[in-house]
Write a protein that binds this ligand. Sequence first.
Ligand SMILES: NC(=O)CC[C@H](N)C(=O)O
Length: 320
Amino acid sequence: MSSTNLPHQSEELERLRALLPGWVKTSKTMCQAGKVASYIPELSKAPADALGIHVIDFSGNSVTAGDCGLSFTMQSISKVFTLLLALIDRGPEIVFDKVGMEPTGDNFNSMLKLELVQPSIPFNPLINAGAIAISSLIGGDGPEEKSERVLRFFRRLAGNPELAYDLDVYRSEALSADLNRSMAYFLKDKGVLKGKVDDVLDVYFRHCSIAVTCSDLSRMALVLANDGTDPLSGEVLIPRRYVQIAKTFMVTCGMYNASGQFAIEVGLPAKSGVAGGILTLVPGRYGIGIVGPSLNPKGNSIAGVHLLETLSQSLDWSLF
Ligand SMILES: NC(=O)CC[C@H](N)C(=O)O
């Protein structure tokens, strides 16, 4: 993939620069129809009316609008990148022995199908049960080393050596995670998890609590948009085949059980988190980071999804 932009791409970025502030303003009005997540108590402190976006192209030109300086935790967005690290560390055969490849149609924190469908492995790596199983597959000796490797990987992808945990969110989740804890014990009983449940959960809580801005998300997305090579440095960070796997999961399961509707309305690989982030990309063109902490009933940023629908439909970005 060439790192120079075609003329029509920079024209599009100029168009975006002119249009985004108005689109953000319109989408912001959706915030009041949603709710900030509160099941992790610390997340409820986020500003409910915020909406920000950062779009970056392969030459490093970017457009931002709204509250793009807001810091928030990655939450489920991190699951895409822990999956990638587990694939790099263990290879697809071992990874897909422990997690499946199918959407569930259930909530991201549902345990329903774990017992209902045999074998008892999580349906996919982007639901909580699947991501917890993935945490146990990250290479490293104990939870500290595994977490350290995750953080280092994320810093390289974001091109930001300062990425760090939000320890308040980390503690808040660790103290309120009864449901995730019960899932982890169930997975341990079924032989999906090896080692100590608390150690595996510690790795999981930590990667969910990595703090980012829209700009960090857009840089991480840019690497996926260029099939694993950072277009700005030329460095190969992830094998192309693994990016292909991750992007497919993003299309089929990235927006939880609203992924089908999102594929119809927006048509781009994306991953959301309960802190209100959305990471998405236009393959071969842009990395995009969005934040809007007010969520719809499916757990996706209500204003963020609205903004992406406007963008994709106005600029004809759908892959389908
Ligand atoms: N959907 C999410 O972003 C969920 C992540 C969150 N840390 C949890 O486990 O519940």
